[in-house]
Design a binder for this molecule. Structure first.
Ligand code: ADP
Ligand code: MG
Length: 676
């Protein structure tokens, strides 16, 4: 038996349990061993009966004197036992576990672990774990696994209890001839002071003390991140296997001239990112870089400089956007920026059919159509993809394959902290636009206390009534997605606002369950200034640009992540006028309030994402299902030191991966983490 053996072959795991275990993603023996406890019950305090105190969690070693079933006054079943040791007697109570009368035997010794408390007027142990003490002479197993120690508690599923998992894991680790090869190279273990795999597994499941847990977690969380890094690097190396026949030369003066002729000067961040990109472009290997920056941080002009470089080297570029509207917007911008330099730009969308052009285009701007149509690129040198998270890896590859290994620049406004990006995009190099152009007005943000709600409504009325300013009011989703329940909630709020709060204003309603045509009508009305306030859910894309909108009011802001609030806030402040964001919370006190208050001070998305990550943990923010981010079991997205260390080690090992067959094999089966 080894880590890859199907779980069904383990003793006492038949087809029924195999099926149940699948819900926990356990398909092999290795999956079971890497199913880690999320906490430990500390039952290591072993006490004489005479010394137990109410409120304590302890273990007693005692003999059962009597055991019987009783009915309470309310007709519930309880099981009542009297047990004793040399120092005295104690009562034990269980609720509704009638089978105990068969499992437990009077006259026998057991460990009982649990909480001691008052039961009526007497002290009793309530619903303890129990375990027969085994004779362990000559065996490697510990005498107990469920009691009298740090007891592991696991993620469970229907029909699979922690007790059951514990017993199967103990059986595997202590009784069976399972062959576990430590896949981590010795040099890495030495450099990072990591313990071996088998002791690590023993200590994570059955620790003798908290230091054991620490050592085990240190080793196993290293593995977890190390495998993610290796996977990313492998993708990167595959990418870099492509070599370019014509590396770009960088015409410094022409680029400087392009920059000098812009109506503004580049920010420091833009200069830094552009430099990183140009360095990539001059290499023999194709660039694969992610440019991350908030909406409005000025990604397009950086991309345009890269397009210009491609043009100066005699190559075409393709610029891909997620929607037609965005493609058109990019087309206009690129035209403005680049046609003065002689570039010929062509828009390709489903509504703009390809027509023969007298002059060969230097830049194609478009949507998916760019890959769907049989566009023949003659000399595609650079591909730029805006909002990369909307495109799958496959689509990226498809487009990249149209040329001869073109350079690839992907751009995103999704705020991801640097640490997370390092793990998730191990195959991409990262450039961060963490600075907004100067002169851009900040959206003034306030967390509004509930007693000022009336005042806030009046303030909004003053600003939007009879003026050209407009406001958004965003209500949160009641459930994860835009269900009927959520839609009902936003509709109710809309009706309330219309009737009771703003009867004198023109309000519109927008939510995801509306037909496209209805949505468009409402957005158009809002854009044309025929509505004062648009009430909507957060999932709705509220057009792209409504420059007159100056107020963003968000209900139940405490339900949102900071980065998400920041993205909502980014919908206002597009015009000349000062814009405002008002945050209302259901329970804004203490830490919740403090978290929201960071919105008042910070206006860089990736920074807010970082703060959110450290305050709320990745589970809440990067829910795997929603974002496709891998769920880390032990390691943390915030542990920058470990992330960097594992990255370095992965870089060292990957060129000689084949020298480590166990590691190579593990990487194929990747037991530790299952990314995406
Ligand atoms: P995004 O990063 O959201 O794609 P854009 O590239 O669309 O941002 O830029 C937003 C606006 O900011 C554009 O109108 C652009 O001309 C302007 N802009 C870009 N860089 C600067 C800068 N350094 N200073 C002032 N304005 C800038
Ligand atoms: Mg943009």
């Amino acid at each position: 038996m080894d880590l890859d053996t199907p779980i069904g072959q383990l003793y006492l795991v038949g087809p029924l349990y195999s099926r149940r275990l699948e819900k926990l993603n356990i398909k092999t023996v290795g999956d079971l061993l890497f199913h880690f406890p999320f906490r430990y019950d500390d039952f290591s305090l072993i006490s004489d009966i005479a010394r137990v105190q109410p409120g304590e969690a302890v273990t007693i070693k005692a003999e059962i004197i009597s055991l019987k079933n009783e009915f309470t006054k309310t007709g519930k079943r309880i099981q009542r036992a009297i047990v004793c040791d040399q120092t005295g007697n104690l009562e034990i109570i269980w609720f509704n576990q009638i089978y105990l009368l068969k499992t437990l035997k009077t006259g026998k010794m057991y460990n009982f672990s649990g909480k001691v408390d008052w039961f009526g007027r007497k002290i009793a142990m309530i619903s303890p774990e129990y375990e027969e003490i085994r004779d362990i002479a000559g065996s490697q197993s510990p005498s107990t696994i469920h009691t009298g120690r740090l007891v592991p508690v696991y993620p469970e599923t229907y029909g699979v209890s922690s007790k059951w998992l514990r017993s199967r894991i103990a059986f595997l680790l202590f009784n069976h001839q399972i062959e576990i090869n430590d896949y981590l190279p010795e040099e890495i273990k030495i450099r990072n002071r990591l313990i071996d795999l088998v002791p690590a597994l023993l200590k994570i499941h059955f620790p003798g003390n908290l230091n054991d847990v620490y050592e085990a977690k240190k080793r196993l969380s290293f593995d977890e991140l190390f495998f993610l890094q290796l996977n990313g690097l492998k993708r990167k190396i595959d990418w870099q296997k492509q070599t370019l026949s014509h590396p770009f030369s960088i015409p410094q003066e022409k680029i400087l001239d392009f920059i000098a002729r812009l109506p503004f000067s580049l920010t420091k961040a833009q200069n830094r990112c552009l430099k990183e990109i140009l360095t990539d472009l001059s290499q023999k290997k194709p660039m694969n870089r992610l440019l991350e920056g908030d909406v409005g941080s000025g990604k397009t002009v950086v991309a345009a400089a890269a397009v210009y470089t491609s043009f100066l080297n005699g190559f075409q570029s393709a610029f891909m956007a997620p929607t037609e509207i965005l493609a058109e917007q990019h087309y206009q911008t690129l035209n403005q920026l680049l046609s003065p330099f002689g570039l010929n730009i062509k828009l390709v969308t489903s509504s703009h059919k390809l027509t023969a052009m007298s002059k060969k285009p230097d830049v194609y701007v478009g949507t998916h159509a760019l890959i769907q149509k049989n566009l023949e690129f003659e000399e595609l040198g650079l591909v730029i993809i805006d909002e990369q998270h909307r495109f799958g890896v496959e689509q990226r590859a498809k487009l990249a394959n149209k040329g001869q290994s073109p350079h690839l620049l992907t751009m995103t406004a999704t705020p991801i902290p640097r640490t997370v990006a390092l793990i998730l995009y191990g195959d991409l190099d990262l450039s961060l636009l963490d600075e907004m152009p100067t002169g851009r007005q900040k959206v003034k943000t306030w967390v509004v206390p509930p007693q000022k709600r009336e005042a806030a409504y009046n303030w909004i009325r003053e600003r939007v009534k009879g003026t050209d300013e407009q406001a958004f009011i965003v209500c949160p989703l009641i459930e994860e997605s835009e269900t009927l329940k959520s839609v009902k909630a936003v509709r109710l709020e809309y009706e309330n606002l219309v009737k009771n709060v703003f009867p004198d204003l023109r309000l519109g309603l927008l939510h995801g369950k509306m037909k496209n045509k209805e949505k468009e009508e409402v957005i158009t009305k809002f854009r044309q200034g025929k509505l004062d306030i648009l009430v909507s859910t957060p999932v709705v894309e509220v057009g792209i640009d409504i420059p007159q909108a100056t107020i963003m009011m968000i209900e139940s802001a405490d339900r949102f992540g900071l980065a998400q609030l920041h993205q909502l806030r980014g919908r206002v402040g597009r015009g000349e006028k000062q814009a405002y964001c008002l945050l209302f919370a259901e329970n804004a006190e203490g830490r919740v309030l403090e978290r929201l208050k960071t919105m008042e001070k910070i206006n860089i998305g990736s920074k807010l994402a970082e703060i959110d990550l450290s305050l709320r943990g990745p589970g809440e923010i990067y829910g795997t299902s929603q974002h496709g981010f891998p769920d880390l079991r032990l390691a943390s997205y915030t542990d920058l030191e470990l992330i960097q260390k594992t990255k370095e080690e992965a870089e060292k090992i990957i060129p000689k991966l084949k020298q480590f067959p166990f590691l190579y094999q593990r990487l194929q089966n990747s037991p530790v983490v299952k990314p995406n």
